[in-house]
Write a protein that binds this ligand. Structure first.
Ligand SMILES: Nc1nc2c(ncn2[C@@H]2O[C@H](COP(=O)(O)OP(=O)(O)OP(=O)(O)O)[C@@H](O)[C@H]2O)c(=O)[nH]1
Ligand SMILES: [Mg+2]
Length: 336
């Protein structure tokens, strides 16, 4: 299914049902009192976070969502039925704003979290309500109130603990494959990944963390080069980032420049991103000699830069890295 992470929709809650004007008509009671019942309340529009959706594609062909109106009241004091609420299921991680005011309405950051986007209109009153000691036969009733209506913007920002960044072809999706059950597309060309992938790393029977793999970013991404920074919003809520680097045919200096480029793109997109812990992960060490690996290690050590060396193919260094990620997240008390 196509991945869509932003959409604008209009929601309209149901109107309240009208009250009824009616008088009792029974045999032998020629002038019965008022017996017009109230209308029902209009249904509300409620959004709910669910784990089982991961795109807003369902909203491509539908832009107006309405909840049911309340039914009118009836004679014999009959209340009108309330309109049914409309529950809209959304992927976990959706942030909803009022499209007119830009005010944030809710952040669906927890499974099953709900929020009432538009309240149904209150019901109208039947004439029985207007009976007083001086007016025993009121010819008055009210109509229901209109349901709230809003134009809202939904932005999906996937929820993950760890975000993978790096140039295209660095091996981000391969890493996700190596550590989780996710099976993202991996190939020997740039921009294999076109939309974010999520993978759950099951660390033990009851502990897990989530990694988000996004399309590669290149120099100038913040100015729209390549796929641009369109997908960086999906790592904005992670607790840490891994910068994967393909080390084949690269000198120490080239690797350092690459890290700086990625940092620059992250920073140009959002200052907050650069405040996150960013770990450098040198990938594809199976393609270089042991001597080259130890030379690189020495250089990083001399510059007091902490790095990890891995190969997603031979799995060298992968366990140590995930152990450290786990410890970091646990230390930060961020594993659920
Ligand atoms: N030899 C070797 N090849 C690797 C390793 N990791 C990834 N590759 C290869 O590198 C190529 C790119 O891997 P991907 O995982 O698709 O890279 P990516 O960073 O997700 O790329 P984009 O989605 O385009 O940004 C594939 O051909 C992988 O098989 C590794 O550790 N060793
Ligand atoms: Mg990829």
């Amino acid at each position: 299914m196509k991945f869509i992470d932003e959409t604008v929709i209009t929601v309209k809650a149901g109107n309240g049902g009208s009250g009824c004007m009616s008088f009792r008509r029974e045999k032998y009671i020629p002038f019965g009192g008022p017996d017009g019942g109230d209308g029902g309340n209009g249904g509300s529009i409620i959004v709910k976070a669910t784990d089982s959706l991961n795109t807003l594609a369902d909203f491509r062909n539908k832009s107006i969502f309405t909840a049911e109106n309340g039914k009118s009241g009836g004679s014999k004091n009959k209340h009108g039925r309330n309109g049914d609420d409309l529950i809209i299921n959304l992927p976990l991680g959706c942030v909803i704003t009022d499209n007119q005011t830009d005010e944030q309405l809710c952040d669906l950051d927890d499974e099953n979290k709900t929020y009432v986007l538009a309240n149904g209109g209150e019901h109208g009153y039947g004439n029985v309500r207007f009976k007083t000691s001086t007016n025993r036969a009121p010819r008055k009733k009210t109509s229901g109130k209109e349901g709230e209506s809003k134009e809202i913007k939904i932005v999906l920002k996937v929820l993950a603990d760890v975000g993978l960044v790096g140039l295209p072809n660095a091996g981000k999706s391969s890493f996700l494959q190596a550590v989780s059950m996710a099976r993202p597309k991996v190939a020997d060309y740039e921009f294999t990944t076109l939309t974010p992938n999520l993978g759950v790393v099951l660390y033990s029977d009851y502990e897990k963390f989530v990694i988000a793999d996004i399309p590669g970013i290149i120099e100038g991404a913040s100015k729209g080069v390549g796929l641009g920074t369109r997908f960086l919003k999906h790592i904005s809520r992670t607790k840490m980032l891994l910068n994967l680097i393909d080390c084949s045919n690269k000198s120490y200096e080239m690797i350092k420049t690459e890290v700086e480029k990625i940092k620059h793109e992250l920073q140009s997109y959002d200052e907050m991103l650069i405040k996150k812990d960013l770990w450098i992960v040198i990938n594809k060490i199976d393609l270089i000699s042991e001597k080259q690996v130890s030379n690189l290690k020495d250089s990083f050590e001399k510059d007091k830069i902490n790095v990890y060396f891995i190969s997603t193919i031979t799995k060298a260094g992968v366990k140590e890295l995930t152990d450290n990620i786990y410890e970091f997240l646990k230390y930060e008390n961020r594993i659920k």
